[in-house]
Write a protein that binds this ligand. Structure first.
Ligand SMILES: Nc1ncnc2c1ncn2[C@@H]1O[C@H](COP(=O)(O)OP(=O)(O)OP(=O)(O)O)[C@@H](O)[C@H]1O
Length: 364
């Protein structure tokens, strides 16, 4: 008696994708089941980029299907398909961009730009088409971190837009490509929003699955306006474990909640110091702060990066760890975070009617 499609589906309900923590049937990843006598073939189509886990998923699924009685050979193809998700209501989507991920911090200097660039590179390493927009108008650091600070963007063929620059395979745009970094610029609030709007809308983004936006630090008027004008799928908040950083990170979280942007999760940066001489581990800034905050606010703890001299040196030299040492421990952490972020994006509803925020105008 030959095996039925239902038997294959039932078997696949019993195994869990380590990234989504769900079974492949409930995430609608199982496609195209074909049964020919005792031969079975099927596709697993993931909703997140996961090149580095394709092989382990292929083995996991194929071993499970092989365990069904009466099955001879099994062929499993694993791939990813990234689709667009909803954004906050009233904000227009941008052509050429499927999803926008805002990387924010309540406080300056916590490693937001470092996290943004390595997250973008990790998403790309996992197989996605990725762009990075440096919205840190006051202190653009992406041109330096991508090693292309002296490059200048070219106009597009129709002369209407600017071509993004290429930084380690990312499509990149930053105010830093357009101004002289040594000349102080004085920006007023409306100019910042206008400049950002232009960088976002007047760049010729090409088929980007994820655009990572490196927001300016803080939770003032400018961040709020940006959060309301950029069509964001979700936000990632970067913090260090010190209490002062965590207090500001909470403010960031509340700001996104207010404008109806989902929080994809929190990254704790510089959480642990490993001595380069003796390997001793020290929690310079305390322990568990990021995780506790996630519990308090019911958001996901995406991962923790150590305070590591290589992260600083490689990133500040324009060759971030995900590129400089793609198989190293730090890259693995960034890739795990990237996959978790992509899963959280994929979990966002594609209709947004339920998320319209209440706007209350208060006179204080
Ligand atoms: N995990 C880490 N280990 C060591 N150094 C780090 C780490 N993360 C960031 N840094 C370094 O800390 C400095 C500040 O990082 P970064 O510019 O990313 O912070 P930021 O939050 O974006 O700052 P700003 O508020 O200026 O935008 C940089 O020199 C960076 O290389």
């Amino acid at each position: 008696m030959s095996v039925s499609e239902q038997q294959v589906q039932d078997a696949l309900k019993e195994i869990t994708d380590p990234t989504t923590k769900k079974d492949f049937v409930s995430t609608k990843s199982v496609k195209n089941i074909k049964i020919d006598g005792d031969k079975v073939s099927l596709d697993i189509v993931l909703g997140y980029p996961g090149k580095s886990v394709f092989e382990s998923i292929r083995t996991l699924v194929s071993d499970k299907v092989k365990s069904i009685a009466g099955i001879g050979s099994v062929t499993v193809n694993v791939s990813s398909n990234i689709v667009s998700h909803s954004v906050q209501r009233g904000v227009k989507l941008i052509p050429g961009i499927k999803n926008i991920i805002a990387v924010a911090s309540g406080k300056g200097g916590v490693g937001k730009s470092t996290t943004a660039v390595n997250l973008a590179l990790a998403l790309a390493a996992e197989g996605a088409r990725v762009g990075i927009l440096d919205a840190d108008i006051y202190g653009p650091s992406q041109p330096l971190m991508l090693g292309i600070k002296d490059d200048r963007p070219e106009p597009s063929a129709d002369g209407k837009k600017l071509e993004p620059l290429n930084g380690h395979g990312l499509q990149a745009m930053s105010i830093g490509f357009l101004i002289d970094p040594d000349q102080p610029m004085v920006w007023r609030g409306p100019m910042v929003t206008q400049a950002l709007g232009q960088l976002l809308n007047d760049t010729n983004w090409k088929d980007v699955d994820y655009l990572v936006v490196d927001l300016p630090p803080g939770t003032g008027d400018i961040q709020l306006t940006l959060a309301q004008t950029v069509p964001v799928t979700g936000s990632v908040i970067v913090t260090t474990p010190q209490d002062v950083a965590l207090i500001d990170a909470r403010k960031g979280l509340k700001m996104f909640e207010k404008v109806g942007i989902p929080i994809l999760g929190i990254v704790e940066n510089m959480s642990l110091h490993i001595c380069t001489n003796c390997g001793h581990e020290e929690r310079l800034f305390g322990t568990g702060g990021g995780e506790k905050m996630c519990k308090d606010f019911d958001v996901e703890f995406l991962g923790a990066l150590p305070l590591d001299i290589n992260i600083r040196q490689q990133t500040d030299e324009g060759n971030p760890p995900v590129v400089a040492d793609p198989d190293g421990r730090v890259s693995q952490i960034y890739k795990e975070i990237a996959r978790r972020v992509a899963v959280k994006v994929a979990e966002q509803a594609q209709d947004f009617s339920a998320r319209f925020p209440n706007i209350v105008i208060q006179n204080t």
